[in-house]
Design a binder for this molecule. Structure first.
Ligand code: BGC
Length: 693
């Protein structure tokens, strides 16, 4: 077994070094060796901690880590990123990652990563502290908005796309490794889980980010996993990440006390943002309690990435790229693609602008810059296009827009609402309801809107049946009894600084909604596993999200993968490139998709696998592939989804090996996790172990 891991690790290191980087293979390694050999112990240790001098408010400066000037080894300069370059006033504010997850469009996500990387490079930064790829076990997590959803496959595809995009310009830093999905106890909670749950549910997206995405660095999490803090978790850092996966980059700590006494020995390479624990490393080496080889390995990892990515002399990118027209376009496209149309009774949407005389735009959020939490991922763009601004600019002077900027309506407001041809209520959550702990609101234990905002919707709908809700927030919201009262519901998340234009385009049919839920919207908390942000010991089970509801036979309000369009699609003729397969095969499934309606639109074809007769408990169905296709009215296209057969393996803890079962797998294709009209089967031959990357 050990031999297998070693050989896999070697292969991975070799693959890792032959990437598009300027220096590759032996040449790179000998340059790294030569540099590290010239460094004193003090110089090496100095590179293992940040030296940021914080002179302003939190997050206003690039976090820095020294290099070795006399040897030409450059410093790291870091910024947070999941929704934009946080340190720089005026940087583009993209929609939050949850919105981008809802786009199911990895090409757009690659462009988002690239734009953020370009902006960071332009201000002299070289490490982007993003993407957040923690699996959303429960929508109560205060940082739901920072991640791409509740499914490992979707998380992997979006995470890889972001990393690949960003690393055109800077080093990416997928975070937080691992199982970080509770805010209020994040510094102290121990998350216990069995090996299968860890390997299949909480780690695959990190494996994809380092293997396929070739992420140069990874950030450890604050919490403990199976009894050891992630920042000193030997099994995670040395065993899995650097050992089995052959990761040749570096691991940095999360920022507030994320470094622990055993961190260096157990595989953490860099303490951020300043030296608390690692300032003792010199004493430890001198007294013989820590091998200098540990220091050398950490420094080699960082120097390797500095050379590979030419951080010593990056080609210049000028500041005109910050919030450039091109980046704002990407932000707007991501907002439009990520908005999910959840309800559209009697084709209430799109609104025909030419037929409107008067509309009401209602709610305190309608003209509020509501772009996400106040935590480390916050961004300060030069402007934010609010929903009201987008609507007003789209309609011009020909339509009277009554703006009622309140959540509690009086008789005059209700009269104005009644007189309108259509009512758009903009409501939802804000940074006051959810966000990062310490510097934000923390976890959200109640998934409902505030009673005031629920009443706002009901009152508006009672005064005018043509009520459309534009809903903002970073995760699932439970609807209560207001949902049946409204004609249409558009979930726009925190849509970034261009969100108002995207929303107006969607409302008036300039753009067609094509987002799909990246998380389940339950009817209530009783459909979900327990979220415990008080205990310091919690257990994560194998099931959460749609897989939990499927197992329990619960019917959600809106299922994972669901989203409507202004057009209709038909999907048929499911074909597989082969009916039987073995380890290592890639099976291609195809379907014919036809836009059978009258507007151009995009559909996300989703492929789920089930495991009848499996020897272990499996999900009812797992997402294993998807493809988004845009079609004009009446157009058809054959869409292909590739399935890696090794992706069907489960982790056999007793053998410490990924195992393919001899099963006739059922393959289901459709347009949401609960709408899968096409099926076929794929018979797979048993094999163990199999390589899962
Ligand atoms: C957050 C990280 C962030 C870091 C630096 C931490 O508290 O958990 O996601 O990158 O701060 O701002």
């Amino acid at each position: 077994m050990i031999l297998r891991y070693v050989s896999l690790a070697l292969v991975a290191v070799i693959i890792g070094c032959s990437s598009s980087d300027s220096s590759s293979g032996d040449n790179l390694e000998s340059r790294v060796d030569a540099l590290v050999a010239q460094m004193t112990l003090d110089e090496k240790i100095a590179q293992m901690s940040g030296d940021t001098v914080v002179s302003g408010p939190y997050g206003r400066e690039l976090w820095s880590v020294p290099g070795v000037e006399r040897l030409g080894v450059p410093a790291f300069k870091m910024s947070d990123g999941p929704r934009g370059i946080g340190v720089h006033d005026g940087a583009t504010a993209f929609p939050v990652a949850m919105a981008r997850g809802a786009s199911w469009n990895a090409d757009v996500e690659r462009q988002v990563g690239e734009a953020m990387g370009r902006e960071l490079r332009a201000i002299g930064g070289n490490v982007l502290l993003a993407p957040t790829i923690n699996n959303l076990r429960h929508p109560s997590w205060g940082r739901s908005q920072e991640t791409y959803g509740e499914d490992v496959h979707l998380l992997s595809r979006m995470g890889v796309a972001f990393v690949q995009g960003a690393q055109q310009y800077v080093l990416a830093n997928p975070k937080h490794f691992a199982a970080n999905s509770i805010e209020d106890t994040r510094f102290s909670v121990n998350v216990t889980m069995d090996p299968r749950t860890l390997r299949e549910i909480y780690l695959p997206q990190f494996r994809a980010a380092v293997h396929e995405g070739r992420a140069a660095s990874v950030m450890s999490a604050y919490n403990s996993v199976n009894g050891q803090f992630c920042g000193e978790n030997e099994a995670l850092l040395r065993g899995i990440l650097k050992g089995e996966w052959g990761f040749d980059g570096f691991v940095l700590s999360d920022f507030t006390l994320g470094t622990k006494p055993e961190s260096a020995k157990n595989g953490l390479d860099l303490e951020m943002p300043v030296s608390f624990v690692f300032r003792d490393l010199g004493n430890q080496v001198n007294s013989g309690t820590l091998a200098e080889a540990v220091i050398d390995d950490a420094v080699r990892r960082m120097v390797r990435k500095k050379l590979q990515y030419e951080l010593e002399a990056p080609s210049p990118v000028d500041e005109s790229v910050i919030a450039s027209e091109a980046h704002l376009e990407v932000a707007q496209e991501a907002a439009a693609e990520g908005s999910v149309l959840l309800k559209n009774e009697s084709n209430a949407l799109p609104l025909d602008a030419a037929a409107l005389r008067r509309i009401a735009v209602v709610g305190s959020l309608a003209d509020t810059a509501n772009i996400g939490d106040t935590g480390s991922s916050s961004v300060r763009p030069a402007f934010v296009v609010t929903p009201l601004q987008g609507i007003e600019e789209a309609l011009g002077d020909s339509v009277l827009v009554d703006h009622i900027a309140k959540d509690v309506l009086d008789a005059d407001d209700l009269a104005a609402i009644e007189a309108a041809d259509a009512v758009i209520v903009v409501t939802g959550l804000s940074a006051e309801d959810e966000g990062e702990g310490l510097i934000g609101a923390g976890d959200r234990l109640d998934l409902d809107l505030s009673p005031e905002r629920e009443t706002l919707i009901r009152d508006a709908a009672a005064s005018n049946p043509r009520t459309i809700v534009v809903l903002e927030g970073g995760g699932a919201i439970t609807m209560g009894d207001w949902l049946p009262e409204v004609e249409a519901l558009l979930m726009v998340w925190y849509p970034g600084q261009m969100g108002g234009y995207a929303i107006a385009d969607l409302l008036f049919g300039v753009a067609n909604p094509s987002g799909k839920l990246p998380i389940t919207f339950p009817t209530g908390l009783d459909q979900l596993p327990t979220f415990d942000n008080v205990s310091l010991e919690v257990t994560y089970d194998y099931f959460h999200g749609y897989r939990y509801l499927d197992r329990n036979g619960s019917t959600p309000e809106f299922p994972f993968g669901f989203g409507l369009s202004y057009t209709t699609f038909s999907i048929d003729n499911l074909q597989a490139s082969q009916a039987t397969a073995g380890a290592g095969d890639v099976v291609r499934f195809s379907v014919d998709v036809t836009n059978s309606g009258s507007a151009t639109g995009a559909e996300v074809v989703q492929l789920y696998v089930t495991y009848p007769g499996s020897a272990v408990e499996r999900s009812e169905r797992d997402l294993k592939g998807f493809a988004k296709v845009t079609l004009g009215a009446g157009e058809s296209e054959t869409v292909e989804i590739a399935l890696q057969v090794n992706d069907l393996a489960y982790y056999d803890a007793a053998q410490a090996a990924w195992t393919l079962e001899a099963l006739e797998h059922a393959v289901h294709v459709g347009t949401s996790s609960r709408d899968l009209p096409l099926s076929t089967s794929l018979t797979v031959a048993a094999q163990s172990p199999v390589a899962v990357y």
